[in-house]
Design a protein around this ligand. Structure first.
Ligand SMILES: Nc1nc2c(ncn2[C@@H]2O[C@H](COP(=O)(O)OP(=O)(O)OP(=O)(O)O)[C@@H](O)[C@H]2O)c(=O)[nH]1
Ligand SMILES: [Mg+2]
Length: 236
């Protein structure tokens, strides 16, 4: 029993730490594989492309509709519980958020968490502002080496995803795009292969990988794809 507020706070901290360790351990012991991250930090949040810090390191951008799980996947890749803010309410990420990541093997890059598209309840002014911001970033950023396009494995490819892939190919020619078919834990394992195949058929020539931010499944394969993108010489 806590004797005072300080004791109560410290007991709460212990309970939270235990819960955190439980989640991390479950993920690590269960499905999460791939490189160990030795440094992960928030670098900057920019409301416009022009206000981003100078591009000095390779960048990999994460795009997808609101609530698909971009920030959650970033946390799994960075092995941090909540470095990127996540929420059940769509429209959580409202600016370009840049993170630095380095693995024990020496892979280092910036991850850029983009605001989600397709959230109907966002004000018209914000939607009008974000389209050009995402497109401006994807078309102009000189250190951009790869795009991760997230789709819900249950939902597959829709008009917006097709348009985004076409936009990037038009702006940059051949460019490394990896589709992260996420929330894989919500699809029974017997149905996963067919769902992945449907996405591959919809976007021929684009690499499609299944992942789950809950179990960490697919993390190792994902890193291999990112490392390949990071080495690409694709400049605007
Ligand atoms: N079951 C399951 N839930 C997930 C997964 N990834 C994300 N979620 C949940 O989906 C919701 C949205 O996740 P976010 O990571 O905030 O999504 P986002 O794409 O960054 O959303 P915006 O910033 O609003 O565009 C949260 O409630 C997450 O816990 C996953 O792989 N499996
Ligand atoms: Mg987000």
């Amino acid at each position: 029993m806590a004797r005072n507020i300080t004791d109560a706070k410290s007991s709460l901290r212990c309970v939270l730490c235990a819960a955190y360790d439980g989640v991390t351990m479950t993920r690590l012991l269960a499905k999460e594989t791939g490189p160990r991250v030795v440094d992960a930090r928030f670098v900057a949040g920019a409301p416009t492309v022009a206000s981003l810090p100078p591009a000095e390191l390779s960048e990999i951008a994460f795009a997808g509709r609101s609530n698909v799980g971009k920030s959650s996947l970033l946390n799994v890749l960075m092995q941090r519980k909540s470095l990127a803010r996540t929420s059940q309410t769509p429209g959580c990420t409202r600016q370009l958020n840049v993170f630095y990541l380095r693995t024990a093997e020496g892979f280092a890059c910036h991850f850029v968490d983009l605001p989600g598209y397709g959230y109907a309840k966002r004000s018209k002014a914000e939607r009008v502002e974000w389209g050009p911001m995402i497109e401006g970033y994807l078309a102009q950023r000189t250190m951009l080496r790869g795009l991760v396009l997230l789709v819900d494995l249950r939902r597959g490819i829709e008009e917006e995803e097709r348009a985004l892939v076409e936009f990037v190919h038009h702006a940059r020619g051949a460019f490394p795009i990896t589709v992260a078919a996420t929330k894989m834990d919500k699809v029974p394992s017997s149905a996963r292969l067919a769902a992945l195949r449907a996405i591959r058929n919809d976007l021929p020539g684009v690499q499609v990988l299944g992942v789950s931010a809950v179990t960490g499944e697919g993390r190792a394969e994902f890193f291999l794809a990112l490392e390949k993108s990071e080495k690409s010489e694709n400049l605007t």
